[in-house]
Design a protein around this ligand. Structure first.
Ligand SMILES: NC(=O)c1ccc[n+]([C@@H]2O[C@H](COP(=O)([O-])OP(=O)(O)OC[C@H]3O[C@@H](n4cnc5c(N)ncnc54)[C@H](OP(=O)(O)O)[C@@H]3O)[C@@H](O)[C@H]2O)c1
Length: 246
């Protein structure tokens, strides 16, 4: 008999996360999709004849996140996909910096908390649950602008450096996971500019053919995760499965 496959989507209310959840629900290889969010489940969150997804609401403080992981114990050893979708670029109270004068300590804290700290806390809390004889692929949604080598334009201090910091955290985590949960492969994934609330104010310079639908990105990511080799290394990949320079 085939082993059970569970997929976790963390930060499930976002534009990309929504498409990723749907792609995983439609995947015949996945038995259960668990979506975790600060928000309640959208009406569209329904399963198929064979798969009933689960939605868990939480705050992103460590104690509440640990309670979520506790609730996931029945799935220990069966989790084969994890997608970490958290990320903010702008909000009602913050905007990406154009110049030095725009740098603000509170905004930096908020961006680092959502983009770096929350994803890393999940991977701290999840490692025992993910350890298994089955292969497990974790993708954290990073961004090409987190590449230090690729930074030619400047600006967006907080977003860029929170993603660079996420990448370094993931690299460090992948070294420890290679010792403690050898079945896990971690990917820092750049989706490309995609049609979601995050990119909406910044699309004027993006040609139509370069603005991806969330569904396209979800299909690409799920394909990359399906075929990823478990090699104990962090990969920094774009939607086309091409490596991005650190
Ligand atoms: N769209 C693009 O063009 C693009 C390009 C490159 C990289 N990315 C990355 O892709 C990921 C998903 O982005 P998206 O385009 O789907 O954006 P989105 O629609 O704005 O979704 C935002 C995501 O961030 C989470 N989030 C929002 N505020 C948070 C907070 N204060 N603390 C923790 N989590 C918070 C949400 O989780 P809840 O479910 O809890 O609300 C949701 O998963 C992000 O990491 C983003 O940086 C996007």
């Amino acid at each position: 008999m085939r082993e059970l496959n569970t997929a976790l989507v963390l930060g499930a209310s976002g534009g990309l996360a929504h498409a990723i959840v749907n792609e995983l629900i439609a995947d015949a290889e996945i038995d259960t999709v668990v979506a975790v969010s600060r928000k309640s489940a959208p009406e569209s969150f329904t399963g198929t004849e064979t798969s009933v997804p689960i939605w868990i609401e939480t705050e992103y403080v460590e104690s509440a996140m640990a309670s979520v992981v506790e609730r996931l114990q029945p799935f220990a050893g069966s989790v084969t996909r994890v997608v970490i979708c958290h990320g903010i670029l702008h909000s009602d109270t913050l905007w990406p910096e154009k110049r030095l004068e725009d740098i603000d300590a509170d905004a930096l804290h908020a961006v680092f908390q959502a983009n770096t700290v929350v994803p890393v806390l999940w991977l701290k809390l999840l490692h025992r649950l993910l350890k298994s004889n089955q292969r497990c692929v974790v993708a954290a949604l990073s961004a090409r602008v987190g590449s230090i080598g690729d930074n030619r334009l400047g600006g967006w201090y907080g977003y860029r450096s929170s993603k660079a910091s996420l990448n370094m955290m993931l690299r460090t985590l992948s070294i420890e996971y290679a010792r403690r949960a050898k079945n896990v492969k971690i990917i820092a994934f750049h989706p490309g500019t995609s049609d979601t609330p995050l990119s909406k104010p910044f699309r004027r310079s993006v040609p139509n053919e370069k603005l991806f639908t969330p569904q396209f990105v979800a299909e690409r990511l799920c394909g990359i995760m399906r075929n990823a080799e478990i090699d104990g290394q962090l990969s920094y990949l774009d939607w086309d499965n091409k490596s991005i320079p650190w």
